[in-house]
Write a new protein. Structure first.
Length: 416
C-alpha cells in the first residue's frame, strides 16, 4: 500500500506534463513542398455530371477488362502460392524480361537486369530522386513541368531550376547556358507529348541534350509514360539511345496510361552503375511492388494481343484530340493560343494577358466542367493565363458538351 501512492503521484505528474507539451513538428522539409492542386480539383470533379478535362485519366471504357481478368485468373489458378507471397525488390523476372524485349524492339538494347519494377512511374520518380540527389543538389526542369516531379525533387531537398521553353519546347542553347551557370546534377525531361504542354522533343534536340549531359556529367531522368500514345508521325528514339546518354539516363515508363492506373505498375530502365542505389531506395519505400499485379501483367503481355489494344487506344484518343482541337476556337477567348500535340493526353492553352485561369476555375465548376490552371506547373514565374486540358477521359460528344460549358463560363467571366 505504501508503494502505491508514489507510483500514482508519478503517473499523475507524467499525465500533467503530457497535457501541456505538444508533439514535435513534422519534418521541416515538407514545408517547402506544396500539395497537388490537381488532387484537390479531382476531388471537386468526382461527380458524374462533371465533364472533367483536369486529370490525365485514361477512359475506363477502353480498359481491356476481359484480357486482364483472364490474366489474373490464370496466375491465381496456377501460381497462387507464388503470386500471393513476398517477392524480390527488382521485380517479377518474367515482367522484367517482357519489358526488356519490348524496349529492345524499340532500338534500345535492354536486358532484364537493366529493369527495376516500381509501384507506378510516380514511385520511379521518387526512388530516382532518392538515389541521385542529396539535399542542396540542383535539378534542371522544363518550365512548365510535371507537377508531381517537382514535388519529388523538392522533397529530396533539391534546388529546382526552371528552363523556360523557346519555340515550343526545350532549347539546347539555353540548356547549355543554364548547365554552365547552375552546375546541376540532374536534368528531368518528358520528351514525348510532355505533361503539361503536349510538346515533343525533336530528334536533333535529343541528340544535343545527350551531348550536353555527356560533356557536363549530368544524369538524365527521361520520363516517358505517354510514348505508346502517338497519333501521328513516326516514333523517335529515346534519349537513352543517343550517343553520350547511354550510361547516364534513367528511362521511366508506366502501364497506367495503356493498361490501367489501378495496377500501379511502372519501371525504370537503368544503367548498372546506379542499380544498387535504386534497389536500396525502393526497398526502403515498399520492399517490392505487388507480386500478384506483376505476375498478371507479365501473363497479359505474353498472351494478349497487346499491340491491337494499343492501336484501339490510339484510334480512340486520336479522334478525341481532333474533337477538342476543332472546338477550341469557339471555346477560348479571342487571341488565345494552344499546342497541337502529336500524341499523349494533354494540350496546353494560353489565354490573352490579363486572364487568370485559377480565378476562372470556380465559374467553370459551377457549370460542371473542369480544367487545371497552368500556374502550379511552373517552377519559375507562373503564367496565370495558362491552362491544361486533357482529352482522353471522355467520348467526343462529351468533349463537345464540356467545351460548350467552358465557353459559357469564360464568356461570363469576361463580362464581369
Amino acid at each position: 500500500m505504501h508503494d502505491a501512492l508514489p507510483n500514482r503521484t508519478h503517473t499523475e505528474a507524467i499525465e500533467r506534463e503530457l497535457e501541456t507539451v505538444p508533439p514535435a513538428p513534422v519534418a521541416a522539409r515538407l514545408a517547402a513542398v506544396p500539395g497537388s492542386p490537381l488532387r484537390d480539383i479531382l476531388a471537386l470533379t468526382d461527380r458524374p455530371e462533371v465533364v472533367s478535362f483536369a486529370g490525365g485519366l485514361p477512359d475506363p471504357g477502353l480498359f481491356d477488362q476481359a484480357g486482364l481478368r483472364a490474366a489474373f485468373h490464370e496466375v491465381l489458378a496456377h501460381s497462387a502460392l507464388r503470386v500471393l507471397q513476398y517477392s524480390r525488390t527488382e521485380g517479377d523476372p518474367e515482367l522484367r524480361d517482357a519489358l526488356a524485349t519490348r524496349l529492345s524492339r524499340r532500338g534500345l538494347p535492354t536486358s532484364a537486369d537493366d529493369v527495376l519494377i516500381t509501384t507506378g512511374s510516380q514511385q520511379a520518380l521518387a526512388v530516382s530522386a532518392t538515389a541521385l540527389l542529396d539535399p542542396g543538389d540542383t535539378v534542371v526542369v522544363e518550365d512548365p513541368s510535371y507537377l508531381a516531379a517537382l514535388q519529388c525533387f523538392r522533397l529530396a531537398g533539391a534546388r529546382v531550376v526552371p528552363l523556360p521553353p523557346q519555340g515550343g519546347g526545350l532549347n539546347p542553347e539555353l540548356l547549355l547556358e543554364t548547365v554552365r551557370r547552375e552546375r546541376p546534377k540532374v536534368l528531368y525531361v518528358v520528351p514525348n507529348f510532355q505533361n503539361p504542354t503536349g510538346h515533343t522533343l525533336s530528334r536533333a534536340v535529343r541528340a544535343q541534350i545527350a551531348r550536353i549531359a555527356a560533356v557536363h556529367g549530368l544524369w538524365i531522368v527521361e520520363d516517358d509514360p505517354y510514348g505508346d500514345l502517338r497519333y501521328r508521325g513516326e516514333p523517335l528514339p529515346a534519349l537513352a539511345a543517343h550517343a553520350g546518354a547511354e550510361d547516364r539516363t534513367l528511362l521511366l515508363g508506366s502501364f497506367s496510361k495503356t493498361l490501367a492506373p489501378g495496377l500501379r505498375l511502372g519501371w525504370i530502365r537503368m544503367p548498372q552503375t546506379v542499380r544498387r542505389a535504386l534497389v536500396v531506395a525502393k526497398q526502403s519505400a515498399d520492399l517490392h511492388t505487388s507480386t500478384l499485379d506483376q505476375a498478371a501483367v507479365a501473363r497479359y503481355l505474353a498472351q494478349a494481343p497487346v499491340d491491337e489494344h494499343l492501336a484501339r487506344l490510339r484510334e480512340a484518343y486520336r479522334t478525341r484530340l481532333a474533337t477538342m482541337l476543332e472546338g477550341l476556337p469557339d471555346t477560348l477567348p479571342h487571341g488565345s493560343t494552344w499546342s497541337v500535340p502529336d500524341g499523349g493526353m494533354f494540350l496546353w492553352a494560353r489565354l490573352p494577358d490579363g486572364w487568370d485561369t485559377e480565378a476562372s476555375l470556380p465559374h467553370a465548376l459551377r457549370r460542371n466542367v473542369a480544367y487545371v490552371p497552368g500556374a502550379p506547373f511552373f517552377a519559375g514565374t507562373p503564367v496565370r493565363a495558362s491552362l491544361r486540358l486533357s482529352f482522353t477521359t471522355h467520348a467526343p460528344q462529351d468533349i463537345t458538351a464540356g467545351l460548350a460549358r467552358l465557353a459559357a463560363a469564360l464568356k461570363q467571366q469576361g463580362k464581369n
